[in-house]
Write a protein that binds this ligand. Structure first.
Ligand SMILES: *Cc1c(COP(=O)(O)O)cnc(C)c1O
Length: 446
């Protein structure tokens, strides 16, 4: 046989089972051919981070006993205590708090803030408005139990129009009350650029020069393992995130982490459990295997999600839709935004992502009135872990500019299928003409 192995694998037939036409497959294959070098770079970063994680686990002597877990008070929980050492090694920090009792990313961030700030202190965000859910934590939007209620004030310096730091305004904003600076790495669902770790490092140095004892915290959500270094490698006193995003590798069913300076982590532990108890209590129940194995998988899972984001940016940009980040930009998080300009585009895209899921592929998401939003929102998520956004997921507010935000993909083939299915949906509904695919195809090949 002269045929190589890949010629014997009939992908067309497999994709046709999902309703994906030969035109769409050929178009997407053409796009993929242009991405080989970038994907190779992503694989190298994943390889680097995989070694970082394995080495940390070996250094901490992770053993079978660590996977067992405890109940009740959870005194001497070997698995929990060792995992926290592993996280501290991976992030190059003095200590870490990694717990299933931290319910989500917002909780982890609120915990880090509330435990390290005291009445009379001021919190500063030098990178503009923080993630939506933090508005209530801080008290930007009135809420029970906010930092504001406890007499902690807040100041914000927006990024300049070109996305860079407003150093003059930051210098002016730092005062004798400024105790903690919060820096959000990912753009989240805003249109500002995501910050590279290097840029975060420059910002931290600048702030520490003005006032050396300021605690610099980084909201690391969606950013873990995208680069070979983390914000804690460039001066952050705390990095904080969710285990149902990148570092949980799709396996962690719950949880959050705070890695950083020993005193900061200790404060957080006393707040999470109780003064006097701190890290000593908190049974790990049965989640340790998923926390360890999830962290082990996280570098390659993050790489899969990144490939999906870049693949989609290239497809939709070629077809004339605005994409953020664009097709060639360096990536610092796993979120991709595509602006369709019509409600139908947003809906078709999200329904395509859902149709590619392993769980709940037979249900069709529809726009609904989600609490806390002024417009309807459509969400696609066929996830093994409810709400997990390291799994392939998408959502879009049904409001101008009619953009979808999507992220995740535990494996690259799944991310690829989801994106192709979204494109097929847009074509089947006449939102993108088949003619367009064919004409762009010619350009790609020339
Ligand atoms: C997801 C996210 C959060 C909040 O995490 P939840 O787990 O949804 O509470 C905070 N900041 C950023 C940048 C995020 O992406």
């Amino acid at each position: 046989m002269e045929d190589n192995i890949s010629n014997n694998i009939n992908l067309k037939e497999q994709y046709s089972q999902f309703g994906i036409s030969v035109q769409v497959l050929d178009f997407c294959t053409g796009i993929l051919d242009t991405l080989k070098e970038r994907f190779q770079k992503i694989d190298e970063i994943a390889e680097y981070n995989q070694l970082k994680v394995i080495h940390a686990m070996q250094e901490c002597r992770v053993s079978e006993a660590c996977l067992l877990g405890t109940t009740g008070y959870g005194y001497n929980d070997l698995g929990r205590d060792t995992l926290e050492k592993v996280y501290a090694k991976v992030f190059h920090t003095e200590d870490a708090l990694v717990r299933p009792q931290i319910t989500c990313g917002t909780h982890a961030l609120a915990l880090a803030l509330m435990s390290n700030l005291r009445p009379g202190d001021e919190l500063l965000s030098p990178v503009g408005k923080p993630y939506d859910t933090l508005e209530e934590v801080i008290g930007i939007r009135e809420s029970k139990g906010s930092l504001k209620e406890y007499g902690i004030t807040y100041r914000q310096v927006d990024l300049l129009d070109d996305g860079s730091f407003d150093y003059e305004a930051i210098r002016a904003a730092v005062n004798e009350k400024t105790k903690l600076v919060t820096i959000q790495r990912s753009k989240g669902y805003q249109t500002r650029p995501t910050l590279s770790v290097a840029a975060i490092g420059e910002l931290i140095s600048f702030i520490k020069k003005i006032k050396p004892d300021i605690i610099c915290m980084v909201d690391n959500c969606y950013g873990e393992f995208v680069e070979t270094i983390e914000p804690s490698d460039v001066g952050a006193d705390m990095v904080v995130g969710s285990l149902i995003k990148n570092p949980g590798g799709g396996l962690a069913p719950i949880g959050g982490y705070i890695a950083g300076r020993k005193d900061c982590v200790e404060n957080a532990a006393y707040r999470l459990t109780s003064p006097g108890l701190g890290k000593e209590v908190g049974a790990s129940l049965g989640v340790m295997t998923s926390f360890y194995q999830g962290l082990f998988l996280a570098p390659t899972v993050t790489a899969s999600a990144l490939k999906g984001a870049i693949f989609a940016a290239n497809i939709y940009e070629k077809l004339g839709f605005p994409v953020i980040p664009n097709s060639t930009e360096d990536r610092h998080d796993i979120i991709q935004a595509v602006t369709f300009g019509t409600p139908e585009g947003v809906i078709a895209f999200c329904q395509g992502i859902q149709a590619a899921a392993s769980v709940d592929s037979h249900v069709t998401p529809e726009p609904w009135d989600m609490p806390g939003y002024d417009s309807q929102v459509i969400m696609a998520a066929g996830a093994f872990v409810s709400g997990s956004s390291i799994e392939l997921s998408a959502d879009g507010p049904i409001a101008p500019p009619y953009a979808v935000y999507f992220q995740g993909g535990l494996t690259w083939p799944h991310a690829k299928l989801g994106i192709m299915k979204s494109l097929q949906n847009l074509i089947d509904r006449g939102i993108i003409s088949e003619l367009k695919i064919n004409s762009v195809q010619i350009l790609t090949n020339s």
